[in-house]
Design a protein around this ligand. Structure first.
Ligand code: SF4
Length: 167
């Protein structure tokens, strides 16, 4: 039986950057794993915050970092830079929302080790409304037979799909 498509945090992240990438990712066109940016991202994840629990995988929720602070659960998303703050914020709000649906109350923080930044992320009603809309839009994109056309944006240069789109 074909598995039902599930939106996930990574697709929420890409949605705000490139809708074509949402389609490519969701159709299991895996980007080049040797890509410098992917490897660099992995290294930052592995070597930052060594004392914290890493990578909690709950189906479509893949949390980078979990810690307890003053009796409260903190779930964190680690990013290489603050360049795509809207994407990162929505992705983390999506995770907060999913764990809330599981009955878990948590606080969100974006960790940007290379910039020594830690930014609090709150899940409010506006964010839930926006994410509901985005989930629908992602389903629409994924349901198309072809990906949206490639559009040159700043993210194309470091994008792992660049060869696929622009070769
Ligand atoms: S190369 Fe550009 S157009 Fe292609 S998926 Fe990446 S960001 Fe989107």
């Amino acid at each position: 039986m074909e598995q039902e498509f599930q939106v996930n945090g990574t697709l929420i992240w890409y949605f705000y950057i490139c809708k074509r990438q949402v389609w490519l990712m969701s159709h299991a066109l895996t980007p080049d794993q040797d890509d410098e940016n992917i490897q660099q991202g992995r290294t930052i994840h592995e070597y930052s915050y060594p004392r914290d629990k890493k990578e909690l995988n709950l189906g479509n929720v893949k949390i980078d970092l979990v810690r307890s602070e003053r009796g409260q659960l903190v779930i964190g998303e680690i990013k290489k830079s603050s360049r795509f703050l809207t994407s990162a914020t929505r992705q983390l709000q999506y995770y907060l929302w999913q764990v809330e649906k599981m009955g878990v109350q948590a606080r969100g923080e974006l960790f940007i080790p290379e910039e020594r930044q830690r930014l609090e992320v709150v899940l409010d009603e506006e964010a839930k409304k926006e994410l509901l809309k985005v989930e629908e839009e992602i389903r629409d994109i994924v349901g198309q037979h072809l990906p949206p056309p490639a559009k040159k944006i700043k993210w194309c240069r470091p994008c792992a799909y660049a060869e696929f789109c622009w070769a």
